[in-house]
Design a protein around this ligand. Structure first.
Ligand SMILES: [Zn+2]
Ligand SMILES: [Zn+2]
Length: 260
């Protein structure tokens, strides 16, 4: 399986994932032209499906144009669909699902799971598909935009060899930073955004008690975080005892390609 975040953060999100002959995008908050350009740089030209996590504009605003560009269906939860309808053209093939359901897209087995975030029906995805290195199957979890990681989600993510997880803010930088107090409280709330510290704690648990080998830190705040600060917070949690690669996804250009 190959994973690359084409853009990540409040100014637009889009992740590319391939396994075998199947290619999917998760979220479409950047222009179709930019998605096309980034995929060309990766040597890719086709997309089999677009999956949406929730209706916030940084994840869904370009969904219709991206789906049209690649002629692919849009997978979205039944309760999120009415909220993204205006971003769609009306001509899309839709794959409607209930959060918690599983479905197949080509080589992928996709599990949707609930996350806590201030949207109508926000979800994350666990994608299972063939490894690039042999016959075994591997799993990558996608959880960006979530305020907290409750025990059932931790148990699910223990299955993952790869994880794309939000590391939105450094707690101290958020508190000291320029945002108004109520916005700070919203971000810190259980339905807001995950801090570096919370992401680090989760990654530490998943390395010790699960099978995590690569973590991609995503959705970093421009105001309240720094890539090196996010990386260092996670590295300190792992403390050199465990083998886990840490990749920080840039906000405005594509990330390194993770191969599992
Ligand atoms: Zn977002
Ligand atoms: Zn959001």
């Amino acid at each position: 399986m190959r994973v690359c975040l084409l853009a990540s953060g409040s100014s637009g999100n889009c992740a590319f994932v391939s396994a075998g002959e199947t290619r999917v995008l998760i979220d479409a908050g950047i222009s179709a032209r930019r998605v096309r350009r980034e995929l060309e740089a990766l040597g890719e030209s086709a997309v089999d499906a677009l999956l949406l996590t929730h209706e916030h504009g940084d994840h869904s605003s370009e969904a219709g144009r991206v789906a049209a560009e690649f002629g692919c269906p849009v997978y979205v939860s039944e309760r999120t669909f009415p909220r993204v309808r205006s971003a769609l053209t009306g001509h899309e093939r839709l794959g409607l699902f209930r959060v918690g359901e599983e479905f197949s897209i080509g080589a992928f087995r996709v599990r949707s799971f609930r996350v806590f975030h201030d949207a109508a029906d926000p979800c994350g995805f666990l994608l299972e598909g063939p490894s690039e290195f042999g016959a075994q199957r591997v799993r990558v979890g996608f959880a960006t935009d979530l305020g907290t990681v409750p025990p059932p989600l931790r148990r699910l993510l223990r299955e993952c060899e790869g994880l794309v997880i939000e590391a939105n803010h450094d707690r101290e930088m958020l508190l000291q930073g320029p945002y108004a107090w109520d916005l700070k409280q919203r971000i810190r709330s259980p339905v807001g955004h995950l801090s570096n510290e919370a992401a680090a704690e989760l990654i530490g648990e998943l390395v010790r008690r699960g099978r995590l080998r690569v973590a991609v830190l995503a959705h970093l705040s421009e105001e309240n975080n720094r890539p090196e600060r996010a990386w260092e917070t996670v590295r300190a949690q792992l403390d050199g005892l465990f083998r886990c690669e840490i990749v920080v996804a840039p906000r405005d250009r594509r990330s390194a390609v993770v191969v599992l």
